[in-house]
Design a binder for this molecule. Structure first.
Ligand code: B12
Ligand code: SF4
Ligand code: SF4
Length: 313
């Protein structure tokens, strides 16, 4: 039996021809097996080469993709800062967001610092100017979260925008589904102080915050998991409502384990009525806002911020 023409070019045919014990049929099988083995070898080699190439390409692509996302986050950060943000952080919120929001696990925490002159005048309670500042900053935060939402949606991403304050509150527990402070600590903006406020190294607790959740896989910050208050007791001693217990926070602790939110609410209500609304309880005139801020002003980190920015005459 003649060898088929496609075998004619195989170089190792000569070695087989030397083996006289094979007739032409068995030689063909033999050639087929050798060819199969050789092809298999070539095939396996090609797969390895293809895999290595794929890994290199994939790394190149993921590198390219992460640079695009890095640029996107820088662009967003610049947009927010040029519109009044004092701090922007990005957090991986996987496993922390409520399950109904699990398609948006990246949290953008946006902070706006409070005016230093106004905060330095809160000594024994809130002022009318602090109330105006509270309103002004909430307005800016809501505007910034709106810009963030527009920015991301225009680029095809999903977003969930949380309102700066007084939204989604369960008044039985004085809590929301996802408090802004949780995103802020996960983004690495600061820790939770003994007074239950977010404390940043740059502004102390004189910063208000808001949140936008998204599915854009922006580069995230390093979470802060425990308090940096140490032995300080300034806010504990200053609080007229005795709301902070003096215990240091960590992520595994519930708010109620170290802070009495209802005592704070009661005191802030009284302070707001006495010092801002001329003795009238704000809820009686249909206003949800209650403010105090003594713990903000008392914090040494806030004091450091006030000293850095406020001119002395
Ligand atoms: C309800 C509410 C109140 C209640 C209860 C306060 C409280 N601490 O919970 C009352 C009426 C008492 C109150 C008072 C005040 N409030 Co208020 N309030 C809120 C509101 C609307 C919801 C807070 C909430 O959900 N609480 C539930 C508990 C569980 O959460 P939390 O204490 O806020 O945060 C906890 C978690 O984040 C957790 N945590 C942190 N990191 C991590 C990470 C992981 C993985 C986990 C699991 C948990 C976790 O630790 C925190 C402390 O336990 C938020 C706005 C918002 N939507 O977040 C503003 C907010 C907390 N209030 C604020 C402020 C400034 C005040 C006042 C000073 C009033 C004023 N403006 O003068 C006081 C001070 C209160 C205080 N010392 O905490 C700011 C705080 C800013 C900051 N730098 O921290 C917020 C964020 C409003 C804003 N947009 O900036 N408030
Ligand atoms: S806001 Fe006022 S009442 Fe509430 S914890 Fe701070 S100092 Fe205490
Ligand atoms: S006043 Fe002291 S204890 Fe209170 S939050 Fe600031 S650093 Fe922490």
């Amino acid at each position: 039996m003649d060898c088929p023409s496609d075998f004619s070019g195989i170089t190792f045919l000569g070695e087989i021809d030397d083996d006289t014990s094979h007739n032409s049929t068995s030689r063909l099988y033999y050639i087929s097996i050798v060819k199969y083995k050789k092809n298999q070898y070539v095939y396996v080699c090609s797969i390895i080469v293809a895999l290595v190439y794929h890994i290199i390409r994939k790394n190149e692509l993921s590198f390219l993709w992460s640079s695009i996302l890095m640029e996107l986050s820088e662009e967003l950060s610049q947009l927010l800062q040029s519109n009044g943000a004092s701090a922007v952080g990005i957090a991986d919120m996987q496993g922390v967001v409520p399950s109904s929001w699990s398609n948006c696990t990246i949290g953008i925490s946006i902070g706006v610092a409070l005016d230093t002159h106004i905060i330095s005048e809160i000594n024994d309670g809130p002022t009318e100017l602090y109330y105006a500042e509270y309103k002004r900053v909430n307005h800016i935060l809501n505007k910034l979260s709106y810009y963030t939402e527009q920015f991301l949606q225009e680029r095809g991403y999903l977003t969930i925008r949380l309102i700066a304050t007084n939204a989604d509150i369960n008044y039985e527990t004085l809590s929301t589904r996802l408090p802004h402070k949780t995103i802020a600590t996960r983004a690495g903006l600061g820790w939770i102080g003994k007074c239950a406020l977010l404390i940043t190294r740059q502004f102390g607790s004189a910063i208000r915050i808001t949140t936008v959740l998204t599915n854009a896989k922006l580069p995230v910050g390093v979470p802060i998991e425990s308090s940096d208050c140490g032995e300080c007791m300034a806010c504990v001693n200053a609080c007229p409502g005795h709301a902070p217990s003096g215990r240091n926070w960590r992520t595994t602790m519930s708010r109620d384990a170290f802070f009495n939110a209802f005592a704070c609410q009661q005191m802030a209500r009284e302070q707001t009525a006495r010092r801002v609304f001329g003795g009238i309880d704000s809820s009686e005139v249909g206003i949800d806002d209650i403010i105090c801020g003594i713990c903000i002003a008392a914090c040494p980190w806030t004091q450091k911020y006030l000293r850095k920015v406020t001119c002395s005459f």
